[in-house]
Design a protein around this ligand. Sequence first.
Ligand SMILES: [Zn+2]
Length: 549
Amino acid sequence: MIRATLDTAGSVIRGSERIHYENHSPDTLAFVWVQIEQNIFARNSVTYALNQPPLHFAGGAVFDFTGKGFLGGITIERFRAIGRELARTEYGTMMRVELPRPLAPHRTIDFEVAWHFPVPPYGGGRMGRIGTRLYEIGQWYPRMVVYDDVHGWNPLPYIGAGEFYLEYGDFDVTLTLPAGFVVAATGTVQNPLAVWSATERARLARARASAQRVEVITKPEATAHGAQRTPGTKTWHFRASNVRDFAWAASPDFRWDASSWHDILIQTLYRPEATPWEEANKMAWFTIKHFSETWGRYPWPHATTVEGLIEGMEYPMLTFVPSIEKREDQYWVLTHEFGHEWFPMLVGSDERRYPWMDEGFNTFIDYGSAEGYFTGTVYGDTVRRELLTDDRVSAVPGAEQPLITKPVESRDLAWTAYQKPALMLTILRDAVLGRDTFERALREYVRRWSLRHPQPADFFRTIENVSAFWAGTRSSARYASTCAVGRSGIPSRRISSARSRTCRARTSTGSGAAGCTPRLGSTRRSIRWPPPATRRSSSFRTGGRWCCR
Ligand SMILES: [Zn+2]
């Protein structure tokens, strides 16, 4: 439970919080670790000491993970349990808190916390504000570190390049802001009569029954709101269940469109000058439908995206996306951030260590989404070929790092965490397992690990298990391969190395002349790359690149 106030005069957020924590582990805990990410902007933060260069993405997006020199940080005013102030030590963005008495398995403890911090204008590419007119707020409240059965506590610091590893929980949040602000947040509004006008409520009711966008706040209304200063404050009350984070955005200037797909309210909020955001609601609607139908239904009551200064960031039910002139790029960022609702909001992997399990899996499903939305166009029919261009540029022998490299140690995060795993999954789908088997296996991975914390081996096991990859193998020793998929760092036991241009694995593609042919016989099927459907492109490399060296 969080009670927070935004003071726009000083752009300071003050909050109090009660954390109800249950020890689900078999271990007795003498202390807990708490995340206080705003300290990434503190004077002596590791991030400023490292002075990391910005991350450049294809298309021109640049992520600066620092606060661009802003000095802030969180002040913990109190951290109590059973009426006592607890001993605590801050280590940058992590804080160790000594418990008043050891917490046995299945026992609970309630922490009472109070804190405040100045909102940075640029918050490491993931939160921030534009003056006092637009706030996009994440990493804003003290929260528990994950205690798991692999590492125990996971107090890796938040440095910028690595994202988050978070516990699931239920949130009850009230936010008090200037009365003229409209707020979008993780969770469902609990006091609609207090925060929305009768007109807005009526339009929302229409939107809940409409696949087409309904304007809840029109452009003239948004412009008029922006020109007025409404006196006083307004308190918004939200609740959210089974989420691993809570974020929000607020502005007096928002236009607001909404539509619905299968009782999921799809909302887009944007500044009047943003283009091409009148189409964004349709893009969001298609995205949620496509991902739901392909990878498992979106489980929360709304999917909302807010246009603003953030280049792209994801939170449960809420994403931050910039305005981009080129329609295809606008769709890409919008669908990418919503793709994160599956990876890692629903499937709660450890982003701090394994960005390929959220950014990479997400990038892979984004290609399907873009192909679907732009189907029949040159862009829609060729967008996935970017992966091969990126491979040519980034897969440099000797310099390339394994896919499993931690993000803060990665020299080329855009390739290692995003494009390379997307290429790997495309090959796994098209050249190894076949689309039906692959999609069944990935859907099962989503189902098994929803609201849980999978490790890489859990992904490998699920794919192997569901695809029955090893079934029928007669000579398993021969699968101890030297042939890595794109030198990805992924154990390459699925593809065997045999002789030039010939390889063997249990896959569903047929034989072929130019690629790998099924000549060696302990297994029943062979792989061939590029797969027949895509070999018309001259930009594809020949089969030896991938499997038969
Ligand atoms: Zn992403």
